[in-house]
Design a protein around this ligand. Structure first.
Ligand SMILES: [Fe+2]
Length: 281
């Protein structure tokens, strides 16, 4: 099993505060007033300069309806991440630079074979191919979570390199040549089965994919969570915050050992995010 978890967290404390304030329709002033924290200190935090006491974190979390343990972990710079292991197939995490952060693509493969399935294609084809595992020489399918540049930027080049490969994406997404995968659709590719979860919220056309090994090899699953659930945060609710919340809640009902492979940031597990994610209370 190949696992690589070196991507930095997608969101720092300031990003989480900003997303939560937008969701709760709080300004820096109204949050400061309710939490008894100076507005300037909230502005500084959003600008990545913070030195909140635990009491202040607890008050901010209380007003915003966030998990104070996770908030304190982010504030300390030591958000806990789990050991990832025990998957019945190989998981290759491919990180491509995107702005000041990283966008992830993933290859899932039956270990010991040269065939794999690609999930998203990263921001940049050169970076994607640089990170490409030398063992994977054939693709059986490409699944796209949502058609934003940092998740489909490498698609044309991957198709050029690997020849005609079926591409699957969310219903309503504009992805040339892609077949739409609706809620509940399942595809079996070799020993892997991919189940589609339609998850609008970050974007109107957005899918997550739950991947399991079939038959004798069944066991721990991988959730390709796109821009819905991250280690230590959630995606921006650019389409609908209510739907995003609903889908985050749904993903967290999956078995606790499910490995979460997000569109940005490091790998995590459902158990870890149930315990520490600031947006989970
Ligand atoms: Fe993204």
């Amino acid at each position: 099993m190949t696992i690589e978890t070196a991507a930095p967290l997608e969101d720092e404390l300031g990003d989480v505060l900003e997303k939560a304030m937008r969701c709760a329709e709080h300004s820096e002033e109204s949050l400061g007033e309710r939490a008894g924290v100076a507005t300037e200190r909230i502005r500084d935090a959003i600008d990545y300069r913070y030195d909140f006491s635990f009491d202040e974190i607890a008050r901010l979390a209380g007003v915003l309806g966030l998990n104070e343990v996770g908030m304190a972990a982010l504030a300390s710079g030591h958000y806990p991440l789990p050991e990832i292991g025990g998957l019945p197939f190989c998981l290759h995490a491919l990180h491509t630079p995107h702005g000041i952060g990283v966008a992830n693509a993933y290859i899932l493969a039956d270990c010991g074979t040269s065939r794999g399935i690609l999930f998203d294609t990263g921001a940049d084809p050169c970076a994607l191919l640089q990170a490409w595992p030398s063992s994977i020489r054939h693709l059986d399918a490409i699944f796209i979570t949502h058609p934003e540049t940092e998740h489909v930027g490498g698609l044309a080049e991957v198709q050029r390199r690997f020849g005609p490969v079926p591409v699957f994406g969310p219903v309503g997404a504009v992805i040339p040549g892609a077949l739409a995968m609706a809620e509940g659709s399942r595809l079996k590719l070799g020993v892997l089965e991919v189940e589609t979860l339609a998850t609008p919220g970050h974007a109107e056309a957005h899918n997550c994919y739950l991947v399991r090994a079939t038959g004798l090899w069944s066991g721990r699953a991988v959730l390709i969570s796109g821009d819905i659930l991250f280690a230590g945060s959630v995606g921006g609710a650019f389409f609908c915050s209510e739907k995003l919340k609903l889908h985050v809640k749904r993903l967290l009902t999956f078995p606790e050992d499910t490995v979460v492979a997000p569109g940005h940031g490091p790998l995590t597990t459902i158990k870890n995010e149930r315990t520490f994610n600031p947006f989970v209370v």
